[in-house]
Ligand binder design. Structure first.
Ligand code: ASP
Length: 330
């Protein structure tokens, strides 16, 4: 078949625009994975963030990927039975079942998440497997468990004696009253910038103690408990998940940074939004805690919380894995 001049022009125009698209994609990938040396930084929520940061720091200073750093970091907290609000040792729901929530996000906006996962010590690694090995982004309950087993994760009992005793004592009154900063909650959210200038984040928790069975908080929800945009920054949340979900908290923080706000200002504005939304519904917030932490592409960091008592750990060449008290609104 002879190609007419008209068709030839059409085809070459299409080819040129396809090449342009491919070229811009290629440029983006090169940019995303440039070898420019950035100062690494890792931030994570609460005091257990110090130990977790130390692990993540090894990967970051070894020129590793932020994604590998955050996974390795939060696994330290997940594995520690003394941390009773994350992973192994986490407090159970009101039926005595330890149900875990986690999510992970990388510099390419790859995401993976698990919710209400039982008997698997490292939900963050299952979330990563969801991200890398399935056509989906989120698995819950039995489906998440079956997938974890199929990937070789061992089935383990996560309920430790202390948590079981607390649950039995709680059952006597069965009063559900989450309290700010008294450790019947807390999540490890970790965000990092690696030496290539790429951002990633991870978030993992056993959620609110004595929650209803099946309750899922903000922590495994991309946009609520965690959000990463490699062009802008990353944010993660802790505290009363129901309030964080309501304003798509971590996504809100990143979008505010996109508008030019410093990470601390962006976190503050997100907490203010939660306060305003609670006012509209006459919901008292005095017993609740909410905290956000954030970093931007330049490696600047910040945090804000609802009321005093929330701290976060920062590790960078200038800040030697220090615990910092976040400013608060109330
Ligand atoms: N955000 C967690 C949840 O709502 C709990 C926490 O971080 O305190 O499940």
């Amino acid at each position: 078949m002879k190609t007419s001049r008209r068709n030839f022009l059409k085809i070459s125009a299409i080819t040129t625009s396809l090449l342009a698209v491919n070229k811009s994609k290629a440029t983006q990938i090169v940019l995303n994975h440039s070898n420019t040396s950035t100062q690494p930084i890792v931030l994570s929520t609460w005091r257990f963030g110090v130990e977790a940061n130390a692990e993540a720091w090894k990967t970051l200073t070894n020129k590793g990927r932020a994604l590998d750093a955050v996974e390795a970091g939060v696994k330290v907290t997940e594995a520690n039975p003394k941390e009773r609000s994350v992973g192994y040792g986490g407090r159970p729901d009101r039926d005595g079942r330890v149900t875990l929530d986690a999510c992970i996000m990388d510099e390419f906006s790859n995401i993976g998440s698990v919710a209400c996962l039982e008997n698997i010590k490292h939900p963050i690694s299952v979330a990563r497997a969801v991200m890398e090995k399935t056509p989906h982004v989120m698995l819950v309950g039995d489906g998440a468990f079956d997938f974890a087993i199929s990937q070789g994760f061992p089935k383990e009992n996560l309920l430790v004696k202390e948590s079981e005793e607390e649950w039995k004592a709680w059952l006597k009154k069965s009063e559900y009253k989450p309290k700010a900063n008294i450790e019947n909650h807390d999540t490890i959210g970790m965000i990092a910038l690696d030496m290539r200038g790429n951002l990633s984040g991870a978030c993992t928790t056993s959620g609110l103690a004595f929650k209803m069975h099946g309750r899922v908080g903000d922590s495994p929800i991309i946009g609520a408990g965690l959000f990463v945009d490699n062009e802008v920054g990353a944010a993660t949340a802790t505290g009363h998940g129901e309030e964080v979900i309501r304003i798509a908290g971590s996504h809100t923080v990143v979008e505010l940074m996109r508008q030019g706000l410093h990470p601390e200002e962006a976190c503050k504005k997100a907490v203010e939004r939660i306060v305003n939304s609670a006012k509209m519904r006459n919901k008292p917030l005095s017993d609740l805690q909410i905290g956000f932490i954030a970093i931007n592409k330049k490696g600047e960091h910040g945090a804000y919380c609802l009321q005093s008592g929330f701290n976060y750990a920062v590790y960078s060449p200038e800040i030697n894995n220090q615990l910092i008290d976040a400013k608060h609104i109330l």
